[in-house]
Design a protein around this ligand. Structure first.
Ligand code: GLV
Ligand code: MG
Length: 296
């Protein structure tokens, strides 16, 4: 399961240690926007050291490189992958606006994996952060067999479309002024493109780490749309995110009752059954089964 993705700046070793011991499903070591310009190059070495020397247990390990085509992205890959590529599960590609961004990283990785005998095929997670990326999302989702996830980059997306800046962080807080979910269209579009190609979809972080109620609501809205997980920018956000993206006891109980009732109906030669005054059929059964599959 990849419900919570804890994002940590690549140049801050102390935070890597804490992240390794946290309960996040995924740790994402960042080289992009949380790293100041002066640290862009030293952060690569720090990242290699942390990946090689810390005990990451069974965590899924991601790195976020800089934007393809910028001055850092190619060397981020060339300098890191040969030295610890075997331990990296995925690369988050920021600000993907076309398939070319994905092809570029895909081919670079193919060459390095061959040259350095890296057996573990490194996965890709394109991050959608501008309108062109959203326009091209179906092609982006299908651009590489390495793709496993689409990620929503809410702050850059907001700025790139000129949306009103309504909170301090720009990361999903104070959205209640909007009737409904301000990012409903974007997230739903991403869910459709992602799920059509078997990819998971990850929501942007929630910027106010002192507001657990707002975080929970933001995560619940995303989960309701079919989103699978959410970034965390602070360890205090991990448990809430893990909870929201895991089935509750009530949901599990309900799913088990639906599965039992439906199977029972099938053995009696029926295609549908009644449970608590509701009609349940094969589609209800599948929905319940998906809930139970998350427990595996
Ligand atoms: C993340 O990259 C964002 O732009 O919100
Ligand atoms: Mg961004």
């Amino acid at each position: 399961m990849r419900r919570s993705i804890l994002s940590v700046p690549g140049h801050l070793a102390g935070m890597h240690q804490k992240a390794a011991g946290s309960s996040a499903d995924v740790i994402m070591l960042d080289l992009e926007d949380s790293v100041p310009l002066s640290q862009k190059v030293p952060a690569r070495q720090q990242l290699v050291d942390s990946i090689n020397n810390l005990d990451w247990g069974n965590k899924f390990l991601s790195i976020r490189i800089n934007q393809p085509g910028g001055q850092f992205a190619h060397r981020d890959i060339l300098e890191i992958i040969p030295r610890c590529g075997e331990k990296i599960n995925s690369i988050v590609i920021p600000k993907v606006s076309s398939t070319a961004d994905v092809y570029f990283i895909d081919k670079l990785l193919e060459g390095l994996e061959t040259e350095f005998d890296i057996v573990n095929k490194i996965a890709l997670e394109p991050s959608i952060e501008d309108p062109l990326g959203l326009e091209n999302i179906s092609e982006i989702a299908a651009a590489s067999a390495r793709n496993i996830t689409l990620v929503f980059g809410i702050a850059d997306f907001s700025s790139s479309i000129g949306a009103k800046f309504i909170s301090i962080s720009g990361h999903g807080e104070n959205e209640d002024f909007y009737p409904g979910h301000r990012w409903h269209y974007v997230l739903s579009r991403m869910v459709i493109a992602g799920k059509a190609r078997g990819l998971s979809v990850i929501d942007a972080p929630y910027g106010n780490f002192k507001d657990p109620v707002g975080l929970k609501r933001s995560a619940e809205l995303a989960a309701a749309l079919g989103v699978d997980g959410k970034w965390a920018i602070h360890p205090s956000q991990i448990e809430i995110i893990n909870d929201v993206f895991s089935p509750t006891i009530e949901e599990i109980e309900r799913a088990r009752r639906v599965v039992d009732a439906y199977k029972n109906a099938v053995t009696q030669g029926k295609g549908a059954a009644e449970l608590d005054g509701r009609m349940i059929d094969n589609a209800t059964f599948r929905l319940a089964q998906i809930t139970l599959d998350k427990l595996k």
